[in-house]
Design a protein around this ligand. Structure first.
Ligand SMILES: *Cc1c(COP(=O)(O)O)cnc(C)c1O
Ligand SMILES: [Zn+2]
Length: 431
């Protein structure tokens, strides 16, 4: 038998069979049973007060110091043994309040954790700083991922920073242009696969095994460790007084799994004494997890996904098993909202000057729906996560405001005029 203190700071565990691997093992899945891997950490040898003091001190560090990152500030939870990290830095995203959205959702003091403020415009950077750091530590000669767009943008940026070649596989014709443009700009070899995201994921997993390329999809457990810091950072912003609910969009379920793990560890290590409930929101056209939830998670579903919210257009979520645990342990809920609800929520978020990409608005649509159903009480303290930046998906916006037929009530249609002052006056007269 080994005592806790004999262990290294971190190691990997298979969530299916309990098989343990060292921290530096590069297998994408459990070599024994094919299950998902998870990182386990030895609890830090510190009191709660000492740990919180460290997090506070690092928050004030000058940019450039790794501790200034909203990910590496929490390194005891992330990858304590990492000496040199590949960091932008990322994180340190704002927690916003807009009264308009209180009225829109029926809540009081709804807070928005805006992850679109990360270096490449989505929360994926929080996982990628850790994943690419690990790739460099194990000497990976190349890194790869399948993506609906944001993971590839982030991988491309962090691989460029680390000087490691990157390969990304995205569904042809189905990636928002902002995201595709980023992965080209940062220099990733980009394959447009004639198929959906789920095909890309299967292909990249096979390729990584065959070609010895390090896989940085969200099944990669190191990415999950970085994404946990969305929760840790928002708890720190709330001076470790947890909200009643955290609402997030759910596609491949890596983030849902990460949030559950963050809360479990924050509770186990004494940072919080009460767990917020998680609400994972899917798009109705891509809602296999919501369907499983309704059946008490008795079985796993796979669907052919179809939704305007491309970042959650996923029919066979890779982190299903890890996410079930997250929902169960937090007494969470999973629900689906329609594309119409998502676009209406997005218009509300955009019109108040905050802005987000379509998938992100699922959390706002979901919060409103849960209040309407009475699942979330109107007086509850709620944090909704906005996962990506407004500029990620200009096509959906231009379609919504200019071309949709019929135009939605909130559409802000551009008007073309001759270069003549009278035309401006005529236009203003009409307003
Ligand atoms: C990746 C992503 C999601 C979905 O997260 P999962 O971990 O796949 O559930 C939601 N919104 C945006 C903007 C994303 O990039
Ligand atoms: Zn296993």
């Amino acid at each position: 038998m080994t005592f806790e203190t004999d262990r290294p700071p971190s190691w990997q565990v298979c969530v299916t069979c309990g098989n343990e691997l060292t921290e530096s093992d590069s297998h994408a899945r459990c070599p024994t049973c094919g299950g998902l891997l998870e990182i386990a950490h030895r609890p830090p040898d510190m009191t709660r007060a000492e740990l919180l003091l460290r997090f506070t001190e690092r928050r004030g560090r000058p940019p450039g110091a790794a501790a200034a990152s909203g990910v590496w500030r929490f390194r005891e939870f992330v990858l304590p043994s990492a000496e040199e990290v590949v960091s932008y830095p990322e994180g340190n995203t704002p927690l916003l309040h807009r009264e308009v959205l209180d009225r829109w959702t029926g809540l009081v003091g709804l807070l928005l954790k805006h992850e679109g403020h990360n270096p490449t415009g989505s929360f994926k950077d929080r996982g990628m700083t850790v994943g690419v750091t690990q790739a460099r530590r194990i000497g990976a000669r190349a890194v790869a991922c399948a993506s609906t767009g944001n993971t590839s943008a982030s991988l491309a940026a962090y691989a460029a920073q680390a000087g490691i070649p990157a390969l990304v596989l995205v569904p042809s014709g189905n990636v928002a242009s902002g995201k595709l443009a980023q992965s080209l700009a940062y220099g990733a070899r980009t394959l447009l696969v004639r198929g959906g995201f789920d095909d890309c994921l299967r292909l990249v997993q096979e390729a990584s095994e065959r070609l010895g390329v390090y896989l940085l999809n969200s099944i990669n457990p190191f990415r999950i460790e970085g994404q946990k810091t969305i929760v840790l950072e928002l708890l720190q912003q709330l001076t470790w007084d947890p909200p009643d609910w955290i609402v997030l969009p759910a596609g491949n379920l890596g983030n849902t799994a990460a949030f559950g793990k963050a809360l479990r560890e924050a509770h186990a290590w004494g940072l919080i004494t009460r767990l917020p409930r998680l609400a994972a929101v899917q798009a109705a056209g891509a809602a296999p997890f919501a369907r499983s939830f309704e059946e008490g998670f008795k079985r796993r579903h796979r669907v052919t996904p179809d939704t305007v919210a491309s970042a959650i257009r996923i029919g066979d979520p890779a982190s299903h098993d890890r996410a079930v645990r997250a929902i169960r342990e937090t007494d969470g809920v999973v629900l689906a909202v329609t594309d119409a609800q998502i676009l209406e929520a997005k218009a509300a978020v955009d019109a108040c000057g905050v802005g987000c990409e379509p998938a992100s608005a699922a959390s706002i649509a979901g919060a409103r729906e849960l209040v309407r159903r009475g699942t979330i009480a109107g007086g509850a303290r709620v944090v909704a996560v906005l996962t990506g930046h407004l500029l990620k998906d200009p096509e959906t916006l231009l379609q919504y405001h200019g071309q949709a037929d019929p135009l939605p009530p909130g559409a802000n249609r551009p008007v073309e005029i001759e270069a003549d002052l009278r035309e401006v006056e005529r236009f203003l007269g009409k307003e």
